[in-house]
Design a protein around this ligand. Structure first.
Ligand code: LMR
Length: 404
């Protein structure tokens, strides 16, 4: 059987890292995968994570299995982090929650759950999930593989390099009632274009009127604006509006815990009894998939979130990462403008989060890669976190040479 297997294509994001690693050109720059680098271009380990590691070691903990739902204290802290410590839904104990293999795992588990129950409700088949156009590339195979039919709703308008708000609302209104909708909670990947709070309010109302099932993918809380409360505003607004949302959380970017695969999935329910039923179904999805999650990342996040001083220090570090990215946005735009670029690059500084959606075509991206050894995804998305004060002008020059 093995001999019959065709070669699969490289992953559009992670495959770029492999290509970059193989490139021997000294000028090479990696702006593909969304992984934060310090201004020295090296992976950045948060000081608070270092401290948490020491705390975990000093506790001499064992390596027993976590339960299927993960480390309970981590799940509790994680939900408080997202919904807010004063969340009425949490006080009512009506939020089902499990630990997941980062945000990807949360998406897959909720996809399996919705695939099964939305599908059964519709009398069989693959139920739809509406994702923004464009969205994080991996969302599409995740939900396809989970048994759902991925449909796109209008989101990004290339003409304005901003949000297609009217298109979005129209698509929400036209989707069959009770459809599943995926929303990026903050720092939309790949566009860096987020609705304003007023637009979120209108999106919430439109979703409510249609009885849609909202799933928030939250991969950048604290990392987007530098303020974790602010980055949770849309999620908390929807919950306050009475949406019984599902939420996927990743601690990869905001805590710099990429390889620990630490995240959470939660579902706001009508009451405690419903939450118990939903949680039992989440466990039924997880157990045959990977049995139970790894514990180390959960312990690290728990140490930080449960200690007021450490948590305040973490908030400062997270803000520092967000600020460095903002500084790189300004520097990249300046680098293009000082060369007299004919294009309008204001969106570089208008967008938010880890990525800049440049508007460059795939052809331009490939030319920059071939000529200048600067690696970013074919859709023109640049990971701003890979820019440094040393390479930003080279990248600006590279884009200018090809795009003018
Ligand atoms: C990205 O979009 O680059 C990150 O979310 C990393 C990944 O897994 O694709």
């Amino acid at each position: 059987i093995w001999s019959e297997m065709p070669m699969g294509p490289p992953d559009p994001i992670l495959g770029l890292t492999d290509a970059f690693n193989k490139d021997s050109d000294k000028r090479k720059v990696s702006l593909g995968v969304g992984a934060y680098r310090g201004d020295d271009g090296k992976p950045y380990i948060l000081e608070t994570v270092r401290k948490a590691e020491q705390l975990v070691i000093s506790k001499n903990m064992n390596h027993e299995y976590a339960g299927i739902a993960g480390v309970p204290n981590f799940v509790k802290l994680s939900l408080e982090f997202a919904y807010g410590t004063d969340s009425q839904a949490l006080k009512d104990k009506r939020v089902a929650g499990v630990q997941t293999l980062s945000g990807t795992g949360a998406c897959r588990v909720v996809g399996e759950l919705l695939g099964k129950f939305q599908g059964a409700k519709a009398g069989g088949g693959r139920p739809p999930i509406y994702v923004p156009n464009p969205t994080w590339g991996n969302h599409i195979p995740i939900f396809n593989n989970a048994g759902m039919e991925v449909r796109k709703y209008r989101y990004y308008d290339p003409k304005t390099v901003g949000l297609d708000f009217e298109g979005l609302i129209a698509d929400v209104e036209q989707a069959p009632k009770g459809s599943a909708f995926l929303l990026h909670a903050c720092a939309h990947n790949p566009t860096g274009v987020d609705p304003t709070l007023d637009q979120w309010r209108q999106i919430s109302q439109a979703m409510k009127a249609q009885g849609h099932v909202v799933f928030f993918d939250c991969a950048y809380q604290g990392f987007a604006s530098g303020d974790a409360e602010h980055d949770a505003a849309a999620l908390r607004m929807f919950v306050a509006d009475g949406h019984n949302v599902a939420l996927g959380q990743s601690f990869a970017k905001n805590f710099g815990l990429y390889g620990e695969r630490i995240g959470a999935l939660s579902v706001v329910c009508a009451d405690l009894e419903e939450a118990a039923r939903v949680e039992s179904q989440l466990k039924l999805v997880i157990r045959p998939m990977y049995s139970n999650p790894p514990v180390h990342g959960a312990r690290l996040v728990s140490e930080i979130l449960s200690d007021a001083a450490l948590r305040a220090e973490w908030a400062g570090e997270c803000r520092g990462m967000a600020e460095r990215i903002t500084a790189m946005r300004v520097a990249l735009r300046e680098s293009l403008e000082k060369r007299g670029s004919a294009r309008d690059w204001s969106h570089i500084t208008d967008q938010i989060g880890m990525f800049c959606y440049t508007g460059l075509t795939t052809e331009e991206v490939l030319k920059i890669r071939a000529d200048r050894h600067v690696y970013f995804t074919g859709d023109g998305r640049i990971s701003m976190a890979g820019l440094t004060s040393t390479n930003v002008d080279y990248v600006g020059e590279s884009i200018f040479q090809v795009a003018g």
